[in-house]
Design a protein around this ligand. Structure first.
Ligand code: MLT
Ligand code: ZN
Length: 451
């Protein structure tokens, strides 16, 4: 092992091979505190050549690697299990000038989403993915997990933003396809194969990213409703009526109460509602009128409040966006991220409380999510030793509703053993063949994604 450490120090410099347990610790536990492990060392390369050197050195030594970006992942894919070298990409922070003609930009893996957004906006454009962890989540992690977030309704998930990648494969080979051509039918799409591969096929070092128009005028509504069915009916009408619809986010009374006590927020309405929906419109000119008109027409609405100014929008978004932090402050949840066809969503939401209660009586269920994609974040506090049984019960319920066991967070270590609920034997066998072709010794993120 000391030979490998020596080689890694030669490649990245002494200061960037962290062996001391105190220095490794922040990398060895994830944001949720659910996943924790030990790495042989943490290596912090500065560029693609150093990443390739590190990966080749680990391959020569037969040492597995786990790749980490901003460590904001929620399924343990970036956390080691004991034998791996942890490759942290946060020093790859280069970002090229925006190309206004192509409306694209090339960014290194360690650029945070917030910095990418700032960079695009300074050039009069914007980036199509946004999520609450924007200050720490990195481009490499967003690509590796095919991240979703609050703008999927309008722009699709990360996959739809990526026009090309540079990546280091398991043997240290660098593959690069960063021309960003809008049309390019020259064989297998290696870029899209790597998107969502969760570090199991290679290390994403750089991405060519599509940018979207900057829409400076925004209006946000927080709506109180009686049922999930009402929220779905309002969504369907909003999609038909609002040209600028940019987000439709769902939460429930329990979650809003938790967020209010965590963040010290006032009650949004004089009356409490079982269901809340955040709708956002974004356009070149003020979309407030179309949003207000929709809400005025809608019979299913209990109450609604609209904000167009930046402070008011942030205030309304907080009821939804602070869910993750409020839950984490209350304990370490069992955190599941599922999606079902919209027709199944209300039935799933109704069946989740008794399902959770049967496995973990007294546990606290908080549901929220991205309504348009049928994506529910199922968070359970106080499940005690019942975490695995609870996961099993919830994911089987989701499968019975023709859903996916991972909507946007990925499979990671958290759900690998349940992959067959969402993918057929033939699909999993094909994935294994791809994995074996690109990483024959299985050194890239072992235990992640594939059971
Ligand atoms: C969100 O939608 O806020 C994120 O997916 C984070 C989470 O699920 O906690
Ligand atoms: Zn989410």
């Amino acid at each position: 092992m000391s030979d490998l450490f020596e080689r890694l120090r030669e490649i990245v410099g002494d200061a960037h091979v962290l062996v001391d347990p105190d220095l490794r610790a922040p990398y060895e536990t994830d944001w949720t505190r659910r996943f924790t492990g030990t790495a042989r060392c943490v290596v912090r390369p500065a560029d693609t050549a150093e990443v390739a050197g590190v990966v080749a050195a680990c391959a020569a030594a037969g040492t597995p690697i786990v790749v980490q970006g901003g460590n904001t992942g929620l399924v343990g894919a970036g956390i080691p299990t004991g034998s791996e070298v942890l490759l942290s990409l946060t020093r790859l922070t280069g970002i090229e000038p925006v190309d206004p003609l192509e409306a694209q930009v090339t960014a290194e893996a360690g650029v945070t989403l917030e910095n990418l957004q700032r960079h695009a906006r300074a050039a009069g454009l914007d980036f199509g993915v946004d999520l609450a962890a924007r200050s720490a989540a990195t481009v490499g992690g967003l690509v590796a997990t095919n991240a979703g977030g609050i703008r999927v309704l309008r722009y699709g998930s990360m996959r739809a933003q990526v026009t090309g990648l540079e990546a280091v494969l398991a043997d240290g080979t660098v593959v690069s396809r960063l021309s960003g051509l809008a049309k390019d039918n020259t064989g297998y799409d290696l870029t899209q194969l790597l998107v969502g591969s969760e570090g199991t096929l290679g290390v994403v070092t750089r991405a060519r990213l599509r940018l979207v128009p900057l829409l400076p005028a925004r209006a946000v509504a927080l709506v109180g409703l009686a049922t999930t069915e009402d929220a779905l009916a309002l969504l369907a009408r909003a999609r038909g009526a609002l040209t600028g619809l940019a987000a439709a986010e769902l939460c429930y009374a329990d979650g809003v109460a938790l967020v209010r006590s965590y963040a010290g927020l006032p009650a949004p309405f004089p009356e409490e509602y079982p269901v809340y929906l955040v709708l956002e419109c974004a356009a070149r000119s003020d979309p407030t009128d179309e949003l207000v008109e929709l809400l005025g027409d809608a019979g299913e609405i209990g109450d609604a409040t609209v904000a167009s100014d930046a402070a008011g929008r942030t205030r309304l978004w907080a009821y939804r966006e602070a869910h993750t932090e409020a839950i984490s402050a209350a304990g370490i949840p069992v955190k599941l991220d599922v999606s079902v066809p919209l027709r199944e969503l209300a039935s799933l939401a109704a069946q989740l409380p008794p399902t959770v209660d049967a496995v973990a009586p007294g546990a606290r269920l908080i549901l929220f999510g991205h309504l348009n994609e049928g994506n529910l974040h199922v968070n359970v506090l106080g499940a005690g030793a019942q975490g695995t049984e609870l996961t099993d019960a919830v994911l089987n319920l989701v499968a019975a509703h023709r859903g996916s066991i991972s909507s946007e967070h990925g499979v990671g270590r958290a759900k690998a053993r349940w992959l067959s609920l969402s993918r057929s034997d033939a699909e999993i066998a094909t994935m294994r063949r791809i994995k074996a072709a690109l990483d024959p010794p299985g050194l890239m993120s072992p235990g992640v994604l594939l059971p």
